[in-house]
Unconditional design. Sequence first.
Length: 320
Amino acid sequence: MTRRTRRDGSGGRPRHTARIAVPALLLAVALLFPQLLPNRPGNLGSLAETVLPWFGIAIAVLLPWAAARGTRLGIAAGLVPLVAWCYLFVPTLTTPPRAGLSDFEALTLNVGGARTTPEAVAREVIATGADLVALEKVPLPAIPAYEKALADTYPHHATHNTLGLWSRYPLHEVEAMDLGGPWPHAIRAVAGTPGGDTAIYTVRLPSVRVRATEGFAIGPRDAAATELADRIAKDPAPRMMLLGDLNGSLHDRGLASLTHHLEPAQEHAGRGFGFTWPAAFPVVRIDHVLLRGLEATATSVLPDLGSDHRPVLTGVRHTA
């Protein structure tokens, strides 16, 4: 009887505890120290960083399993990744956004995969009241239509390849930037914004894919991000704004070179995760506003305007 009790009852509990505790503690470490995850093979570290908030799904599966099968020690271990997740993301979800008057507002939108006409997208863009509008992945045949539809509201603009910047303020020092790859990945222009000139970067970094042979294929994007970061580091402009589709989450180590030089508007003036892609049900934020010498007063993800990305509208003011 004693032997049967060990086999069917308490004797199996330590084994269940280990089966729960080991993945729970590994999950907590991955949440708190994702930089420890190796990027070989297949750039799995970058992929994990991209979907970091969604580790909550694994926690939601782990906790009922721990409650049903584990000892008290196993249940306690199952709570560790939950505490880690809350530590990382509850402030993001609950901290009130920064409030204040803006000197100007800027909007970024990847219009690729648009389900509506340029004229319809332009009407929605104008209705946001943005002073600067960065559009990425504009189909080349559609650029004249966008130029015409936006001209009355935004008398100044610069376009190159599939990128465009429209502005209420004069633009000068316009430069198309080739960061490597099949298309120019950025336009730099200086806008005469209230309070002084501001360097505006309109950016679309190379796309990423998950492939069976390569894993998380981010090489071209990371190389372009590093090249862009080098140019930003050398840019003497005291005020700077980067608007665009970076094809990655800012948790991703591949974009660390950019966040080393620029501050994310979402981090300081947004609320929630601010997911932007795919538009129908966003699961990751890949469209960003990054700043230097400016302070974000508000930033928000707008409703679907007909693209496969959602637009981001950000208000900023000049710092002293």
